[in-house]
Write a protein of this length. Structure first.
Length: 305
């Protein structure tokens, strides 16, 4: 057989490299994703920065999509790690009625065990910050009417005007759970249902009194709560599922990069409710980039050089 011309041999060698070498490099990258919200981007960047600090090659897929998209991608092996919330295990495994979801440790232990067995996924240590559904009332109204807890809110529900998402109103785990626990029925004509689940919109409506709204659906770690002068109603009866964030990683990836476990556990241990509210506010209220905020926090805690 006649040998290939030199130029052609070089071209074929380059094509062989593209066909074998580069996919191997790409496959070795740890694909980090997050949900498409403020806190998702914050926590996702913390994961990316931590892995980069360990020298682990990373593919950044932050703000990939809503829960359904990101969770499906992880289970299918299309991504490798992302921050999830313990309470969502109730819906992933159709076990909403299990009382374990109302307890921080119980929720974490249950979802960790279920995911390990069913999907070979590892839940690393969680942050002690409950990002559950809550109701917040405009500060002047809360002060005037003596509103501090959901028991107080229930007492005056007929006089409130609430901004919320359709999911909050309709999901048995959200407003109906509050109504069952505290024995009230929020008049549906007193609820302004806004599209999507963006609490920035519901909070702004309550803070500005748009359409007579004086209360809003919020999440526990929302950064703009204090900035907008809202008062969160506490949930002394524990009506809501606990949603604490934790990195969830494919077991096979953790086996290849075991240092990730301790490193990310230290990162999430540095986050509590007040810290996450503050960091989220720097993004949502001050307009700072999520990566910048994540990097500053990790450096402040000595978790990143």
């Amino acid at each position: 057989m006649r040998p290939f011309p030199i130029a052609r041999r070089w071209m074929l060698a380059a094509l062989a490299l593209l066909a074998t070498g580069l996919p191997a490099i790409a496959q070795d990258r740890v694909r980090v994703a997050s949900k498409i919200d403020t806190e998702g981007a914050l926590l996702g960047h913390m994961i990316v920065l931590t892995l980069e600090g360990l020298g682990v090659p990373v593919e950044n897929r932050i703000s990939l999509g809503p829960t359904r998209i990101v969770r499906t991608a992880l289970v299918a092996g299309e991504i490798d790690v992302y921050p999830e919330y313990t309470g969502n295990g109730a819906f992933f495994f159709n076990r909403e009625a299990d009382p374990a979801w109302k307890n921080p440790q119980g929720a974490y232990d249950l979802v960790r065990g279920l995911d390990a067995e069913a999907n070979k996924l590892v839940w690393l240590d969680r942050a002690r910050a409950n990002n559950t559904w809550l109701v917040a009332v405009r500060g002047d109204v809360a002060k005037r009417d003596g509103l501090k807890t959901m028991e107080d809110f229930a007492r005056t529900a007929a006089a409130r005007r609430l901004a919320a998402s359709a999911e909050f109103v309709e999901s048995p785990a959200a407003l109906p759970a509050f109504e069952r626990a505290y024995g009230f029925a929020m008049p549906r004509d007193r609820i302004v249902v806004l599209p999507g689940g963006d609490t920035a919109v519901t909070m702004r409506a309550a803070a500005q009194g748009i359409g007579g709204v004086d209360s809003a659906m919020v999440y526990g770690t929302d950064g703009a709560i204090a900035a907008l002068g809202l008062v969160v109603m506490t949930d002394p009866k524990g009506a809501q599922i606990v949603y604490e964030p934790a990195p969830v990683i494919r077991a096979a990836v953790l086996e290849r990069h075991p240092a990730i476990g301790a490193a990310l556990s230290a990162v999430f241990a540095s986050l509590d409710l007040e810290t996450l509210q503050t960091l989220n506010a720097r993004i949502a209220v001050e307009g700072r980039p999520a990566r910048e905020v994540a990097q500053a926090h990790l450096r402040e805690k000595g978790l990143l050089r």
